[in-house]
Design a protein around this ligand. Sequence first.
Ligand SMILES: *Cc1c(COP(=O)(O)O)cnc(C)c1O
Length: 399
Amino acid sequence: MRKTIPDRVRAALLATPAPRCAYVYDRTTLATTAAAVRAALPPGTTLLYAVKANGHPDVLAALAVEVDGFEVASGGELALARIARAGVGTADQIVFGGPAKTDAELESAVEAEATVNVESTLELRRLAVAAETAGVRVRTALRVNRVDDAAPPAGTHQMSGVATPFGIDEAQLAEAVELAFGHPSLRLIGFGLHAVSNNLDAAAHAAFVADAVRWSVAAATAHGVPLETINVGGGFGVDYTGSAYFDLAVLAEGLKAAAAGLPVGARLVFELGRFLAADAGWYAAEVVDLKRNHGRWFAIVRGGTHHFRLPAAWGYSHPFTVVPVESWAHPYDRPEVSDVVVDAVGELCTPRDVLARDQPVERLRVGDLLVFAQTGAYGWDISHHDFLRHDPPAFLVIG
Ligand SMILES: *Cc1c(COP(=O)(O)O)cnc(C)c1O
């Protein structure tokens, strides 16, 4: 079901002028997905949206009525989150993460009364100065890169328990805690343990969360940290090429153990990007040419990886649905293929501008639309928009 194209999405696309090229974002899907996630989390859990997955202001506004706040990793995302927080909704919390915060960003985070997930001992010192200068205490969590992440579930990226630029090495934890306690402007509240991306195994994810709770309780006890926050990050996955899915019912069952291990006063925080936004987006691009070269069929579209880079970045074929467009107002014949496999490629002058390879099509004509489902997260936001300076897609927000 997640990959079918709803009628309201088709209608929105067909109402745009040719050559069609658009992202459609659906508020209803954003709301239902967020509500389903919320229902699967233990009572009292904080649910944040990780803005980097899709920073479109209307996406943030739609989620602001469903989530408790936003996770941001730059001054730009912080500004968007502040706008969304000022609107209608429940999203009043902001958590600022990321390994390369500037002083100006730390000052903005302090001003916005964000919680800062600190990624190094130097950053702790810099944050302390920003908070002292502002005359406030800032809620501070230590993002830790664990020595032996016992249970980071399989996913596309692993960020803890391995050498990455993220977090404070667990071996330095005592030093970091001591440093934080030495600065009254820092109010230490717990740990950030985001460790994985695109994990499809909900049972493994629940085990990871339970392990994060055990680790946090032990670390807080060992170092005397008041444990208010155990931020387990994001990482719920989406299966772009197959029919697997992250099973929220399995997660809910598995999280009971994690919730049972939570000390009084401690709260679990999830910051989800991909899972909240992916299914709420569709990327559509019109076929502008069909050609056969060296035995392969190419469907060349008005659009490409400068709008939707994920398949090129990860090296997979993103499935598409052909949405037929009947009108053809040209004096020449309409090119058409049937029962062939095509490569869906973009308008860029590089052979790497490939969205999908070897996808079978029953019938495909120039002027038809290729619609790529599950493109609401890490689609437009991770793409190199200015390469070749084509026009951007339209952005249609519906629902
Ligand atoms: C990217 C990121 C997230 C969101 O990850 P998803 O895999 O999209 O859920 C959450 N927390 C941090 C610190 C991140 O960097």
